[in-house]
Design a protein around this ligand. Structure first.
Ligand code: HEM
Ligand code: HEM
Length: 175
């Protein structure tokens, strides 16, 4: 087996785009808008719908990852680093689920659904006063750092070790 399943490949790259966009938009476009600004409700609506789409696609991806054959673990020549790579891949799944989970917790505690989707006209809560807000910010920062490390590792394989790692996460003959 030389490549991941094409459904996993499609989901990997689609989710890479969606997750990186959600991190950038959350940090640079959503967070700076004050709760008193009506534009915050529209920004939250897109953010929450985006988060739900990411959750659904991640669940499908997890099932596909567990049920399909995949290439043997990439060997970087140092067994501790190979182990870190395996842990890092599962940590990427875990952090995305933790991020969505803390987002949903904020939504429930802050009574967001009627305000954001029902047009109730009630004021938004002050997010910094909700306990899961700090966790959401922490998971977002941790995920961003892990993704940067993940991208650096992919390019290290490709450009320094020349082992064609990126082609394992692309379409083509699998055996
Ligand atoms: C993978 C999915 C998600 C990503 C990548 C993401 C990312 C972010 C980021 C980066 C921020 C700003 C954090 C900061 O700068 O410290 C944020 C804030 C927030 N997110 Fe998410 N989020 C996701 C899912 C969700 C979901 C599913 C919900 C609700 C159902 C949600 C609700 C919120 C709320 C209420 C805020 C606070 C806004 C504020 O304090 O102004 N998020 N998110
Ligand atoms: C431009 C950005 C990215 C590049 C260049 C990239 C590259 C790669 C490559 C080459 C592999 C195959 C590794 C192997 O064969 O052992 C891989 C796997 C993986 N990538 Fe990425 N990736 C990117 C973004 C992301 C993002 C944003 C996530 C966030 C969840 C992610 C999560 C994963 C996971 C979990 C795997 C292991 C396969 C699986 O279980 O789905 N990647 N990536």
């Amino acid at each position: 087996m030389t490549r991941y399943h094409p459904v996993l490949v499609t989901l990997h790259w689609l989710l890479a785009l969606l997750i990186i966009a959600a991190l950038l938009i959350g940090n640079f476009a959503l967070d700076p808008i004050p709760e008193s600004d009506p534009a915050k409700i529209d920004a939250l609506r897109s953010h929450m719908i985006g988060g739900a789409v990411i959750l659904l696609l991640m669940l499908v991806r997890l099932v596909v990852r567990l049920r399909t054959e995949h290439p043997p673990e990439a060997d970087i020549g140092i067994s501790a680093l190979n182990r870190i790579a395996r842990l890092a891949h599962w940590a990427l799944y875990l952090l995305v689920f933790a991020l969505v989970g803390s987002g949903i917790a904020m939504s429930v505690l802050g009574g967001l659904p009627p305000i954001v989707f029902g047009g109730s006209g009630d004021p938004l809560p002050v997010f910094d006063e909700l306990a899961p807000r700090a966790a959401h910010g922490f998971f977002a920062a941790a995920l961003a750092i892990l993704i940067l490390g993940h991208i650096a590792a992919a390019f290290y394989h490709e450009l320094v070790r020349h082992d064609g790692l990126i082609s394992r996460m692309w379409f083509g003959k699998r055996s």
